[in-house]
Design a binder for this molecule. Structure first.
Ligand code: SF4
Ligand code: MSK
Length: 655
């Protein structure tokens, strides 16, 4: 009998996949079996951008092509496989950049409204970060109020989206050498929207048809995400909602409660979720829940909204991307409240098998069959209460078919750049210097960012776990965001005790001294900008070269699925960090394009992409890269400094 395919390594997920099957509910796990991936699209060999096509330019596997066959393997317009592959790749990056950019734009507008007092209920929570932002952006502080300063900052940041000339303001935060390189290559983004628009134009039928040029431009677009849209969103969210600091919470479907109204907030933009957290504690709401027979209101998060709420409020996480439908399958969720990105349309069909209400709240994201209750920022508390009330009203409809998996794990989150700075250097000498010192002395071999999604084409959470365990075992400190951070949280890697259990001796000793886990949760997908900030701080604190590409660091997304992940990968590479993706590779149909991304980029950008679906092998690639960088820095033979006592000195004299 063939071995049963492993769908997940998470017991709560496996339990709910089985319940879904017996309840007749559909989930992504089941659909991934019935809807097979299109092999031509998967390898990037299908161009569908004009009505002369779609044109498929794949070559049969294992076939030796003649020169003439190769000449004829083009689209109707004559586009070569390289052009098609690069074009489709860049379009995905543009879509990812647009998504993070739109998130950043909404936050900038929201910031302006908060600063002007037009968004009641929200205030500026992190004054220090506001003032730091003012200094970074050259906004006058003087005797002005926080609100006056915030208006200027918000206007400046909002202007970044429509800016037509010059350079994005946050590029100047990068190491000087990196900035210089971007300028020399002509890939320093001017504004955010203009780069996305130009990417769509360049990839339109009959425009840019030189694959190197397309892929270089893809870096420019992606940089507008990392150092633009995403960084703007992170900075503003910290100012308004507070910069995350370490706190303890719990993760997995076991955080749902049998006797309370369970409300899951899912998506990416935290304004509504923040107000839901306030509304859920409102005595009037709690009383209302009790009047319906519930003991209280239990708020839990899903996907990146979950990360935002976890990092700032300790709201527990119900699960990561592939668990969204499974939360509904428990039969215990009164409402799933969603905004934008990563929300499966299948949720509505799954919810039809139970009593769960799927409530869309954002003007840009409606779903057929869901209930739309638009969130109004200017009337936020009332909006949140209205949505919460709809969830509470649904409690009486909960059926008998309820099963909440018992699994939940403790995790510590909240490792913002500022927190790491403080933990490493202390209040008065906040700095990355101790981290750099521990890298130089070899206790920490290097740093890896392991980020991204889940994908039912690969066993859920397994890629993350194998990779992260291999990395920390080899003394590599791991920084995480997004759904991969949740996979580690569920597996117990985000508590300090994990260092002694899983980390190599060097890393474990540092974790023990500082009191941190070997795997640090840095936030949501947009917070990959925090990783850029952390890498820049490492360069600036000295001893590890003068550019990000000199650092012994690497990045990975072992279970990626979204276009945003590709945009993140491209800006991380464009910023100088070697990055490995798993699952599948979107340009694998073109050797030339893949070679340029995997090798050519290293010459140009000092960093390159790699593709390796085996997570342990991928971790080895990252470790090899880290070792290569250590060698180049001359710290590959670094040893601990030994303090000699008199006895040892006498021994030396005898030699
Ligand atoms: Fe085919 Fe060219 Fe149209 Fe693409 S642009 S679909 S390759 S004809
Ligand atoms: S939510 S983009 S599935 S990480 Fe940011 Fe998770 Fe990937 Fe969405």
């Amino acid at each position: 009998m063939p071995e049963k395919e492993v769908k997940s390594i998470d017991p709560a997920t496996i339990e709910m996949i089985e319940k879904a099957a017996s309840d007749g509910a559909l989930t992504a796990f089941q659909r991934a079996e019935t809807t097979r991936a299109c092999p031509i699209g998967e390898e990037g060999s299908c161009c569908n951008i004009c009505a002369m096509g779609p044109c498929r330019v794949m070559v049969a596997r294992g076939k030796q092509e003649t020169a003439e066959e190769r000449r004829r393997r083009v689209g109707v317009c004559g586009a070569t496989p390289e052009t098609i592959s690069a074009r489709m790749f860049v379009r995905k990056i543009a879509a990812g950049t647009a998504s993070h950019g739109d998130h950043g734009r909404v936050m900038a507008k929201f910031f302006l409204a908060v600063a002007k007092g037009e968004a009641p209920g929200y205030t500026i929570k992190d004054e220090q970060k506001l003032l730091q932002l003012a200094l970074d952006l050259g906004v006058e502080i003087g005797n002005r109020s926080n609100e006056e300063i915030a208006v200027n900052i918000a206007e400046l940041l909002l202007n970044e989206f429509g800016k037509q000339e010059g350079e994005l303001l946050f590029l100047r935060r990068a190491p000087l050498k990196r900035q210089q390189l971007w300028r020399e290559l002509g890939i320093a983004p001017r504004g955010i929207d203009i780069e996305v628009a130009e990417a769509m134009h360049r990839t339109h039928m009959g425009t840019d048809q030189e694959y190197h040029d397309l892929l270089d431009f893809g870096v420019k677009v992606a940089l507008a995400d990392g150092w633009g849209g995403s960084m703007i969103a992170t900075e503003i969210q910290d100012v308004i909602f507070g910069t995350p600091a370490p706190l303890l919470s719990q993760i997995n479907l076991g955080v749902l409660k049998e006797d309370e109204v369970n409300v899951i907030i899912h998506g990416h933009e935290p304004q509504l979720a923040e107000m839901m957290a306030v509304a859920a504690k409102d005595p009037e709401m709690i009383e209302y829940a009790k009047s319906k027979g519930a003991k209280g209101i239990n708020l839990a998060g899903m996907c990146c909204t979950a990360n935002e709420m976890l990092m700032r409020h300790g709201v527990p996480i119900a699960g990561n991307f592939l668990q969204q439908e499974l939360a509904v399958v428990t039969g215990a969720v009164e409402a799933m409240v969603v905004d934008v990105q990563c929300i499966m349309q299948g949720l509505v069909d799954t919810a039809n098998c139970y009593h769960t209400k799927i409530i869309t709240t954002d003007f840009r994201a409606k779903i057929q069959g869901a209930t739309h209750m638009e969130f109004e920022e200017r009337n936020a508390f009332e909006s949140a209460k209205r949505i919460l009330k709809a969830a509470i009203d649904n409690f009486v409809n909960r059926g008998k078919n309820v099963r909440i998996p018992k699994y939940k794990t403790d995790m510590i989150a909240g490792f913002s750049h500022e927190t790491i700075n403080y933990l490493m250097g202390g209040m008065f000498r906040a700095s990355y210097r101790p981290l750099n010192d521990n890298i130089i002395n070899g206790r920490i071999r290097g740093v890896a960012g392991v980020v991204g999604c889940n994908n039912p084409r690969t066993p859920h959470d397994a890629g993350n776990l194998d990779m992260v365990k291999e990395l920390i075992k080899n003394d590599v400190l791991v920084l995480q965001t997004g759904c991969m951070a949740m996979a580690s949280g569920k597996a117990g890697l985000m508590v300090p005790e994990a260092a002694a259990k899983y980390a190599g001796p060097g890393l474990a000793s540092v974790c023990e001294a500082v009191g941190i886990p070997p795997v640090l949760h840095m936030g949501a997908c947009i917070d990959n900008s925090r990783i850029l900030t952390a890498a820049t701080a490492m360069v600036k604190d000295g001893g590890l070269g003068d550019d990000i590409s000199d650092l012994p660091v690497a990045g990975a997304a072992p279970e990626w699925m979204s276009e945003k992940a590709l945009a993140i990968g491209q800006y991380v590479v464009g910023s100088g960090i070697f990055t490995v993706f798993g699952v599948n590779w979107p340009t694998s149909g073109s050797k030339e394009v893949s070679d340029y991304l995997f090798k050519g980029f290293e010459e140009k950008l000092g960093a390159m992409w790699a593709f390796e679906p085996d997570p342990t092998k991928a971790a080895r690639l990252m470790i090899d890269h880290i070792d290569k960088k250590r060698k180049a820095l001359g710290i590959d033979k670094a040893r601990e400094r030994v303090l000699y006592d008199m006895e040892m000195r006498r021994e030396l004299d005898k030699v």
